[in-house]
Design a protein around this ligand. Structure first.
Ligand SMILES: *Cc1c(COP(=O)(O)O)cnc(C)c1O
Length: 369
């Protein structure tokens, strides 16, 4: 029998008097998340937003003497570079314009120029700018070179395939708060054997710290998953479980990814029909998770967004500095009605007729789905 405190009590609250989070339930969820990431590696569910495992993985694996190739295709890469430098690494930044993806040949050239690179960091999809990188091809170059491969898949998981084992990713971080439509206070990192070894060999790897993956390994994985290191964020973890249940009930991850792909295609087509140019130039570089648009000359993105969101409160539209705005068509927002509402509101803010845009969006949605 499960004893749920407060269940008989009329003051019971679904957020406060929830079911208990046992170690077995936690471990089962861990394996479900591993399945989502396409990996048999250890997957640690971390008790905070994804920035925790993103930083923990770098601080565990990077040390004085490391040479890191930091592929920068958006703002998160800048942050990773700062962390790696603060670990004492020599960091080679490979920065490409954010309106496109990096190419595997650019990565090959950088690795040839820096044969001592032993760590490569990459962001899969950039939610801030709406570009996505060809991880499979980059991973091949990294494997051929023989470096540890770190991937931020927070904005891609659930929106496009994340194939940790097939690609050979050593450290991959995900979070539930974007395409999975889940909570932001829990996240996960997969760790390959090579990555565990690198951390074990690193005297500077965090220990006795919230940032320590080695503590997690020794006390949770090696301890047979029978005791938590500290009380887990039960509410957020149960929220992640609920998000995965909801995805399964909605046709599974493939259906979820198809909705994201269609949302990006529809947004791009509908925007073009309004005379609004997508910030990411080539369709193949466009992330399914979010679309950034350049607002027409003479318009202020902040005013366009203010007008659009006052007409449709809750519309996931953000102004990104003067010339561009972003539609976050992810999670429960990856739907044709949401995209259509966003296009209608943009058309109204630009004082344009929306009908051609809506037709273009609908047709792109159905073609893509
Ligand atoms: C959202 C996101 C994160 C998590 O960071 P927050 O800004 O705190 O949500 C990390 N990396 C990428 C690529 C993201 O899109």
């Amino acid at each position: 029998m499960t004893i749920t405190p407060g269940a008989e009590d009329r003051s019971a609250h679904p957020l406060l008097d929830h079911e208990p989070l046992t170690t077995a339930r936690f471990a089962a969820l861990e394996r479900r998340v591993a399945g989502l990431m396409g990996t048999a590696h250890d997957v640690a569910l971390m008790q905070a937003e994804a920035l925790l495992p993103l930083e923990a993985a770098i601080r565990g694996a990077v040390h004085p003497g490391s040479v890191a190739l930091n592929i920068v295709t958006g703002p998160y890469g800048q942050t990773f570079g700062r962390w790696m430098r603060s670990c004492g690494a020599q960091v080679v930044d490979l920065e490409v314009p954010y309106e496109r993806a990096v190419s595997s040949s650019e990565v090959e050239v950088a690795l040839e120029a820096h044969p001592d690179v032993d760590f490569v960091s990459l962001v899969h999809a950039e939610a801030a700018t709406g570009n996505t990188n060809p991880v499979g091809a980059v991973a091949e170059a990294v494997r051929a070179h023989g470096a540890l491969f770190y991937l931020d898949a927070v904005a891609s998981v659930g929106a496009e395939p994340v194939l940790v084992d097939e690609w050979g990713v050593d450290l991959c971080v995900i979070g539930p708060q974007k395409a999975l439509g889940g909570p932001s206070g829990v996240s996960a990192v997969s760790v390959s054997e090579a990555a565990w070894q690198r951390m074990a060999d690193n005297p500077a790897a965090p220990r006795g710290s919230f940032l320590s993956l080695l503590d997690w390994k020794e006390r949770w994985f090696d301890g047979g998953r029978s005791a938590f290191l500290a009380a887990p964020s039960a509410l957020e973890t149960l929220g992640l479980e609920a998000a995965l249940d909801r995805i399964a009930a909605g046709g599974g991850v493939d259906a979820l990814m198809a909705r994201h792909r269609a949302a990006a295609a529809a947004t791009r087509a509908g925007a073009r029909a309004l005379g609004v140019t997508p910030y990411v130039v080539r369709d193949q570089d466009a992330a399914p998770v979010a679309t950034t648009l350049r607002t027409p000359d003479g318009t202020d993105a902040r005013e366009v967004v203010a007008a659009a969101t006052s007409a449709f409160p809750g519309l996931p539209l953000t102004a990104m500095g003067a010339p561009s705005l972003r539609l976050n068509h992810y999670g429960p927002h990856a739907t044709l009605p949401l995209v259509a509402t966003a296009l209608k509101s943009l058309a109204a803010a630009l004082a344009t007729d929306p009908s051609a845009s809506l037709t273009a969006a609908e047709s792109a949605w159905h073609k893509s789905e």
